[in-house]
Ligand binder design. Sequence first.
Ligand code: F6R
Length: 612
Amino acid sequence: MCGIVGGVAERNIINILIEGLKRLEYRGYDSAGVALINQGQVLRERRVGKVVNLEHAVNEANIEGSLGIAHTRWATHGKPTENNAHPHISGTVAVVHNGIIENYQELKDNLESLGYVFTSQTDTEVVAHLINDALKSTSSLLTAVQQVVPQLKGAYALGIVHTDHPDELITVREGSPLVIGVGIGENFISSDQLALLPITNRFIYLEEGDIARLTRSSIEVFVEGQLVQRPVKELDATVSTVSKGEYKHYMLKEIYEQPEAIQQTISQALNSNALRADFLAEAVADFKSIQQIQIIACGTSYHAGMIAKYWFEQLIDLPCQVEIASEFRYRTPVIVNHTLYICISQSGETADTLAALRDTQQRALAKNLNIVTMTICNVATSSMVRETKHSLLTLAGPEIGVASTKAFTTQLAALMLLVLKIGQVKQSIAVEKMTTIITDLWHTPKVILDTLQQNKDILRLSELFVEKQHCLFLGRGTEFPIALEGALKLKEISYIHAEGYAAGELKHGPLALVDNDMPVVILAPQDDMLDKLKSNMEEVQARGGELFVFADENSGIKGKDRQHVVHIPSISPILAPIVYSIPVQLLSYHVAVLRGTDVDQPRNLAKSVTVE
Ligand code: F6R
């Protein structure tokens, strides 16, 4: 999604802005631009494609300035062209924008009737013209922005500069993330604090509806015209946590970080063989009252929710529904009393999940229903964490690769901790069972480490996928969502068409696809369904399909003609989906590298999907 960086300083900030944009590249984008205010002029450069193209243009033009805004654009309204790239200018006001102005057409018609000429197809350009127009009746840039904001419908974050105001940067947060980086004699803004980590670790997290004025030495935040105080928070993350280190791609680094990430996530909740008393202690009364669970999420996070459904129902007998947020939010689902609504989201900013949450909260309030909300999230400061009553953090550290890996497996670990906690509160899980799962959870990082040792074998298998057009992933039980996840990983980074199926569904349709040219990936942990899965493998082989099997080392499944097997260290069946995520991630990664795709920033995709 679009990314914003801006700053007001004593020094030339062009390199800070460009470096900031590079650090936002992971969000996904198709063009980039920058505008600096210098000696009464707006100096603007914009380029289609990578930030490095913009960097070359900026170097060639040799522009500099101590006040400026910069942007990476992920096209929503209008194609990825230079004219559509931000910043947009009207008169001498320059604007960058993340999000969508839903009523832009109506505003545009009105502005055109006033004589404003549009040079882009974007929704953003209306904001620049509206501010320019408002400046006819006030000399204050802040007042002009405060007059314009109530006219805008939608979700947006804005950065605004003007030649007549060489000492100030105005910013707005309404439905799209925005942080202020607090410096010494300089202040910055960004859609993600990661962009500003080389400069500061002190941040102000703006709230919805905040409008802020930054100068070199001051930060003022206003809500409906009134000055408010927002705390400055210090962040632990350092620059090294967001660098690739020795790895070729962020995705590979993040795959290898999983043992440590899972260790971190479970350590917040577990003693040696029990749940810590303080773990989710504040939620105990709510957990006692709930009678069912509704999970809402998108993409990979939705797959984590699907696995949790098996766990909630099988281990603690609690009914659980899971739904894709983009469907849930629009189908007017019945809001049921005493339900725990769980949002699962790596970023905590996904527009559909956030909208589904807000809608559920409003409808529950209107009907006076007693529901509880919770977020499982990797970003402590995110909108979802702030807007739900309870939260459980996945302590995976920043995830930069667009394809989610360590965020997914830590979501699974967190969900299992939640299942155990609710089971304990409701006394619906036996103590011995809980102790066994906790012991197995502690053991999981080591099993993942051992699984990562199979990397070379998985690389060898991936060579057989390079020329393929299609692929099937099959699993049963909790491996069914891993089959979906494997297919999603493969298609999003290697661009090979892939489908995940519950293996039992094979003869209800997908078997028709199987022929000599169809690779079929099988997820075969040592569980109750193994024999049935072996029958499914026979069905594929009988039709000439080529099998690629990730099988438990004790499963008895061996390699043979057109059956390639990588053995996975034994893990208890209940935690197997965490471990079997690793081979499908590695397979997708290697196939993508061999096919030469942009692994960390696959085409058309964004890391943080802040528009619907
Ligand atoms: C795929 C992937 C996406 C996200 C989805 C939801 O690898 O990462 O499918 O899972 O966009 O994002 P979050 O978890 O941030 O809500």
